[in-house]
Write a protein that binds this ligand. Structure first.
Ligand SMILES: [Zn+2]
Length: 64
């Protein structure tokens, strides 16, 4: 396997742990294979919290 833009690949780092990304898939995502799973789990948790907040806020708006 030969990468033509090897210098460019070496500069791309994981947005989460700053380790250099080695595969094109990781570079496209911006995270390494482990960090992308952690990030996905955190995003899911964030969305779950968002939904919970909306459910709390909504009845108050109806009451006023
Ligand atoms: Zn990482």
């Amino acid at each position: 396997m030969a990468f033509r833009s090897r210098k460019g690949l070496d500069r791309v780092k994981c947005k989460r742990c700053s380790k250099p990304l080695k595969t094109l898939k990781s570079i496209e995502i911006g995270y390494g294979p482990i960090c992308v799973k952690k990030q996905a789990a955190e995003d899911a948790e964030f969305e779950r919290i968002q939904i919970t907040l909306d459910e709390i806020v909504e009845p108050e708006q109806v009451a006023q």
